[in-house]
Design a binder for this molecule. Sequence first.
Ligand SMILES: C[S@@+](CC[C@H](N)C(=O)[O-])C[C@H]1O[C@@H](n2cnc3c(N)ncnc32)[C@H](O)[C@@H]1O
Length: 689
Amino acid sequence: MGNRRNNGSNASFAKRRRKMKEGLDNKNPNEDTRSPYVTTIRENEKFVQYYKMQNICPEDEWNTFLETLKTDLPTSFRITASCDVEAKLLLKLVEGVFFTDLLKGEQSDEQKNSEPFCLPWYPQRLGWQLKITRKDIRGSVAYYRLHNFLISETGNGNISRQETVSMIPPLLLDVKPSDKVLDMCAAPGSKTAQLIEALYSGSNSSVPGGLVMANDVHNSRCYMLVHQAKRLNSANVLITNYDATVLPVMNLDENGHSILKFDKILCDAPCSGDGTLRKNADIWTKWSPGNANNLHGIQFRILKRGLELLNVGGRLVYSTCSFNPVENEAVVQRMMTEAQGSVVIINANDKLPGLKTVNGLSQWIVVSKDLDVYKTFEEVPEKWNTQIRPQMFPPKEDLYNLNRCIRILPHHQDTGGFFVAVMEKIKPLPWEASITPSDELVDEAKVNNYKRKPKKRKYQGYREDPFIFLTVDDPVWPEIRDFYELKDFPIQCLLTRCSVGKKKNIYFTSPSVKDIVKNNQDRVKIINTGVKTFVRCDNKSMECNFRLAQEGLAGISSYIGQKRRLKLTRSDLITVLINPTVQATSLNQATKDILDNFGVGSCVLNMVDKDFPVELVGWKGFSTLKAYINGECRLHYLRLLGVDVSEFDVNKFKKENNDDGTEDKNEIGIDEAPEVQVKEELRQCEKLE
Ligand SMILES: C[S@@+](CC[C@H](N)C(=O)[O-])C[C@H]1O[C@@H](n2cnc3c(N)ncnc32)[C@H](O)[C@@H]1O
């Protein structure tokens, strides 16, 4: 258990064998030169003593709890819920093609041990767990197809590989399409992705009314959020870079008369992370009770700011991946004391039927980093007074229903550990009652001025380009509007990041996000927003200098007229998806006839099917048609259309064993940018003439 081999896979062995053949390496291939196993120590006496005293786990389960913590974490993933139709089709594939062999019929021992199972509490059967680890999947011949599928669909945002317990907090927030949602400590963003998906799931609009603001204090980690948001192609997301304890309020108008308060807030606080011991085994050696004491203060301040930014009637979920009551119940209790009845803890236990949890604690112990136990703050020696605070101690009686919080223990469902509290704000916080929106801004300005005086703050990370919104008199607008026959288009929702020179990419944001960015970008550090929608492609054969981008198509499709739309049959669409470029003559006669009179350039390819409507960006050449989408997206739609794409799968095990170095993969994807292709066609026509 817990063995890690440094750089010693079969793959590297096979590679070396090949190199030998070529005379590049004169080592004996039969000699195992791999470095020895490095054993990770999964023991910590203080951890055992501490948590036994804390009673986080029933006594008779303690040994199983501890033994489970020492094992590797199984793999889990979930299917993206944004689009119900696609989610159902993907689920059918997962349960069919990928899991049939594992669920029934002939099974190897390897497969028997790794049976996948559906997480009973995850809606619509979209959450899955396998009994084997990610490393096992990567290293298993039986699983290469599933592994390839997961990677391929993850890249395009159709599947998310996410730890099982991490899926819980966003579900408990119960996000609706119209909700304004804040994710305070969001990076790397697996929960943010779930929150974004929830906006779309059940919405009857491709641009829901709500939004997700994802924030993180670390500039570099904010770019992980940009990556997450990009996978989901949402116009309803903005990413900010702030210390969540002083997250500024957002103006909704120029004068600051109206400010943004959120309906749902996720406060997934930074924590000591001992719930992730199965994944991050190095925590075993670093673990100390002092870590939790040091984090309690910031966790409390983040939670407090969250509740300040929450609407009355709104819901906040506080979560950590730590077992420690000092980071969990003690933080919640401290907040409840300050909130003086304006916040209630609601029962998280019955919200996800099938999820096994234990109730939050109402009693716990507070210790020094040396494990000295203190019953009251008065007993704490002065030297620990900055680390151990009076508010960390448990209440004499549980006035706030701390037992309604939940803890997930690893041995109950073969997962990581987690803590969640669901809170609702039922009236303004005591110190909010007399504050008007403009007071909040004035107060904030005072805080900022005060902060700036002693030390000029250095700008952290990249300086972002401004977000420049288009207006009706923008010179590029008429050509875009006319070419795509855009009707009643909210042009004020289009933006660029180019302050000088030609506009390159044009992004689309939802109206709600637009208002926030416009009214705050001068005072708040916004890292990213908008989904790429129009891209400059200077091509003389096309009447407009901007092509459509697949990423933004869903958001603007309803405004696009018929002139640039092409209806395809199912078989036409499959042909276009399989081949990088298709001659019009190889399509259905009716499609070919339409194509004869269809102008060159960017267009929308529609497969009109009541069960599975598909809409893709295409490119009409002089006599050709192609889908202007990436290779993974092609594979995704081919899979959903029921085409067997296994010929495009790379069997890395087989590939490694090919002594001649040949690959077994058929490539799929765009071979050349359509504009290059058109130029080539033009040259060919000129030659013929
Ligand atoms: C537990 S992780 C969040 C995981 C994330 N919610 C997810 O599901 O992918 C905590 C995050 O909080 C961020 N963080 C730490 N201190 C913060 C602060 N004062 N304000 C905002 N974010 C903070 C860290 O950079 C880290 O990304």
